[in-house]
Design a protein around this ligand. Structure first.
Ligand SMILES: [Zn+2]
Length: 180
């Protein structure tokens, strides 16, 4: 059985502000008992915070707590320039409506962004209309940013909770969903 994740990505935070903002949101989540304060071996690739006593307040369906028994059920907070990707993402061209799968040219643009080109463009493979890489969206978008909150194996987060996190961040966000 694979591990799934949901990542709330801050699209706009600067590299300078990201560590402070990460700390503020972490404290807020701990105070609300959505997560435990301790860092444990509960995420993949980095330490994570296990779900807290009031974690159901973050969920779409409050009684879906089966994930509490999993070894991997933490929230990992990633700070620093990161490509938050999902395998086989699905994007929609705003100009022509084509469904676009991230492939070769997309990967080139992603590499350029990762190397520091925040304004890199990606042209729709169908109509060739260019759009900033970071503005491409769709049913399964990627996230580009310097701060991400990665919930491992949590049931679907509620829209209200995602909105509250966005307000706390004070920036635009994108939610990246995927499965390993
Ligand atoms: Zn297009």
């Amino acid at each position: 059985m694979g591990d799934s994740f949901q990542i709330i990505v801050d699209k706009d935070v600067s590299a300078e502000d990201a560590p402070r903002l990460a700390g503020q949101v972490r404290e807020w989540l701990v105070a609300r008992r959505i997560i435990e304060p301790e860092l444990t071996d509960s995420a993949l690739g980095s330490p994570g915070h296990r779900p807290g006593a009031a974690h159901t307040e973050a969920l779409k369906t409050p009684d879906s707590s089966a994930f509490l028994g999993l070894a991997t059920n933490g929230l990992a907070i990633d700070v620093g320039r990161t490509v938050f990707f999902t395998i086989g993402g699905e994007l929609t061209c705003r100009a022509c409506g084509a469904q676009v799968e991230p492939e070769d040219e997309w990967t080139e643009a992603v590499d350029a962004w990762y190397e520091g080109d925040d304004g890199v463009m990606f042209a729709c493979p169908e109509c060739r209309q260019p759009e900033r890489l970071t503005e491409w969206s769709g049913r399964f978008p990627w996230g580009f940013g310097k701060l991400g909150f990665k919930f491992w194996n949590w049931p679907p987060l509620s829209e209200r909770f995602v909105q509250e996190v966005a307000e706390k961040l004070g920036h635009r966000i994108v939610v990246v969903r995927g499965k390993l």
